[in-house]
Write a protein that binds this ligand. Structure first.
Ligand SMILES: [Zn+2]
Length: 256
């Protein structure tokens, strides 16, 4: 299987860390889901999705371990994954684990997949941040859990923001921009761009700013991959495809 598998170069120094942001290349889905759709919740044939997940796992080198996903609901609930033999962690938009051979998977098509690692403690976390999750501060909340519940110092956390819709394509109306500015103030203002009387949001840069404010050193916040809406051959995009499309997966976990 030929994958579009993006990795964080700086994380090559952790040989036991398995992670990646996958695009839509590879996989057997057809039509609007063409390629590597890994979501059972978008109307694709479940048998094909299952085959895609299976093939993809082997292609990235996960054999016995599970990729654990969530029923993502654009909220800010974060679950701690302690059981490695589950397939789904329930209704949530973020997961944290210190278990080995448990790979946390986030499904997206424009929203920001954020992968976290605390290399010293060998903890991994994965978050789904659309505008609602960003408004709720799910990225900062994850940092808070790593600090308080796992005792990780903020300078011991590294984060990577994966392929997501960019300010080039993500036009938003007041119903989105206003609450973001009310909540995040200047951080949101900087992430909003005005062009031809329209407003565009850079979700990744807003999440980066939120992570910086939460205390992660800026050089430890990486960004990987293009705008999902621009890169039609490589990524699913909810906005570009007008809702009917597949989901790509981003995953992270420590090998046993
Ligand atoms: Zn774009």
């Amino acid at each position: 299987m030929k994958l579009n598998w993006l990795r964080v170069e700086q994380w090559n120094r952790y040989p036991d860390l398995l992670h990646g942001f996958l695009g839509r290349q590879g996989g057997k889905s057809v039509g609007p889901y063409a390629g590597l759709n890994v979501s059972y919740r978008v109307g694709d044939d479940a048998k094909i999705v299952s085959q895609n997940v299976c093939d993809m796992k082997l292609a990235v080198g996960i054999h016995d371990g599970r990729i654990i996903t969530m029923n993502q609901v654009h909220g800010d609930h974060i679950v701690e994954v302690k059981e490695t033999k589950i397939k789904e962690a329930g209704e949530a938009d973020g997961m944290v684990t210190r278990e080995k051979d448990a790979y946390l998977g986030v499904l997206t098509a424009d929203c920001v997949p954020i992968l976290f690692v605390a290399p010293e403690q060998r903890i991994a976390a994965a978050v789904h941040a659309g505008w609602r999750g960003t408004l709720a501060g799910i990225a900062a909340k994850t940092v808070g859990i790593l600090r308080k519940q796992y005792g990780v110092a903020t300078d011991g956390i590294e984060a990577a923001l994966g392929p997501a819709i960019g300010a080039c394509c993500y036009e938003v109306k007041e119903d989105v921009s206003r609450p973001l500015v009310e909540k995040w103030g200047k951080l949101a203002e900087i992430a909003l761009e005005s062009r031809e009387a329209k407003t565009f949001l850079d979700l990744r840069s807003l999440n980066r700013a939120i992570l910086e404010r939460a205390g992660i050193p800026s050089q430890q916040i990486l960004s990987v991959g293009p705008c999902t809406c621009c890169a039609a051959n490589d990524f699913f995009s909810y906005r570009r495809e007008r809702k009917k499309t597949g989901r790509q997966i981003s995953f992270i976990g420590w090998a046993p």
